[in-house]
Write a protein that binds this ligand. Structure first.
Ligand code: PLP
Length: 380
């Protein structure tokens, strides 16, 4: 039995191009701040990487700051907004914890922007809220992800950006899950800041980036040397940036193939629906690689364990870093708190093949039948 890995939204396998670029950067060595030849070569490598990551984001390279990942990129945006005077943050109810917990820890008031039953933010809520904005709370700061990590649901970011811009506010976009799965352009979206992360698209873990537009007032959160044009001190993670860039370039080239994967996901979805599963966000525009499903009475933790025994790796809708499963705040925000403990996330990516989705569907149906049979069996 070969293993099936359908947990790309947690971490994608490293692409061969990315592995090669990491190794090449490690072998070449050098500190980009050194003035000698090896240092200058390292600088050139770093700036080339910045250009490729900028292309992934649709942003000028001069506005791209490398970070330690998506979490830090989100934090740089949120903490900068608070440092520049924002005292109330509007955060979509389905944001990743990296955004929600950073907002909560920032000292500003946090207000949640509701979503509909499909997991899409309600634009009329935002327009009404911005109309009665109290200017004494500073400029409005709004965080809206481009695509959700659990459901894959794509948010109406450009529409939200127009509203936020008209209100003189700052729109932050967490594009960590969207990057490399759908094409986008940070400037066309109207994002004031936008975060991405390498390991979700086949790059190494521990490297991400933030791009910022002219209206965002970024502030230094990490002090020391003048790296990253002063925005983030510390010797740059050059192997990480090089790996990120190679993965980004491959991901951009592979967007059409990625889009075609939706057909495999949809075929599995249809089989699971027939078997009684509820699909979350199925009527919204979604990433082509993501499926979120819930089975009433079949806890997510058990689904994940049973599939693991069958050699299929997926995630619970929401898993803490401890590996324990907690009820999904995303599913709850969609009005389905009843399903929040029994939702799982299945996500493919660049090395996924059609058979992976077929094997997953078959394994899930078998495991579910066994689970149902055990529940029916009279207690001994
Ligand atoms: N934002 C979203 C939507 C995510 O899915 C994740 C990772 O799961 C993050 C942010 C955090 O990114 P990183 O793991 O690079 O810190």
């Amino acid at each position: 039995m070969s293993a099936v890995y359908l947990d790309y939204n947690a971490t994608a396998p490293v692409r061969p191009e990315a592995r090669a670029a990491v190794l090449a950067a490690l072998e070449a060595g050098g500190n980009p701040s050194s003035v000698h030849a090896v240092g200058r070569a390292a600088r050139a490598r770093l700036e080339a990487a910045r250009g490729q990551v900028a292309a992934l984001m649709g942003a000028p390279a001069s506005t791209v700051v490398f970070t330690s990942g998506g979490t830090e990129a989100n934090a740089l945006a949120i903490e900068s907004a608070v440092a520049s005077g924002a005292r109330r943050l509007i955060v979509s109810a389905v944001e990743h914890d990296a955004v929600i917990e950073t907002a909560r820890a920032s000292g500003a008031a946090v207000e949640f922007w509701p979503v509909d039953a499909q997991g899409r933010v309600q634009l009329n809520w935002l327009s009404a809220r911005l109309e009665r904005w109290d200017a004494s709370e500073g400029a409005a700061f709004v965080a809206l992800m481009l695509a959700n990590n659990e459901t894959g649901v794509i948010q109406p970011v450009a529409e939200a950006a127009e509203m936020v811009r008209a209100a003189g506010g700052w729109l932050h976009v967490d594009a960590v899950q969207a990057a490399g799965k759908i094409g986008f352009d940070s400037r066309a979206l109207g994002a004031d800041t936008l975060a991405v992360s390498a390991h979700k698209l086949g790059g190494p873990q521990g490297v991400g980036a933030l791009t910022f537009g002219p209206r965002a007032r970024l502030s230094r959160r990490i002090h020391g040397g003048g790296q990253e044009r002063g925005w983030r001190a510390g010797t740059e993670n050059l192997p990480g940036a090089a790996g990120f860039a190679a993965a980004a370039a491959a991901a951009v080239q592979g967007l059409e193939l990625m889009a075609a994967q939706a057909a495999w996901r949809d075929a599995a979805q249809a089989r699971l629906r027939d078997a009684g599963a509820e699909i979350l966000g199925a009527d919204a525009a979604r990433l082509p690689n993501t499926l979120c499903l819930a089975m009433p009475g079949y806890p997510a933790e058990l689904q994940v364990m049973n599939l693991d025994l069958a050699g299929v790796m997926i995630s619970a809708g929401s898993a803490c870093s401890s590996g324990k499963v907690k009820a999904s705040h995303v599913v709850s925000a969609m009005g389905r708190a009843d399903l929040a403990g029994c939702a799982i996330r299945v996500s493919g990516g660049w090395a996924t093949i059609a058979e992976d989705w077929t094997e997953f569907a078959e394994a899930w149906i078998k495991a579910r039948e066994r689970h149902a049979a055990r529940r029916r069996a009279p207690a001994a």
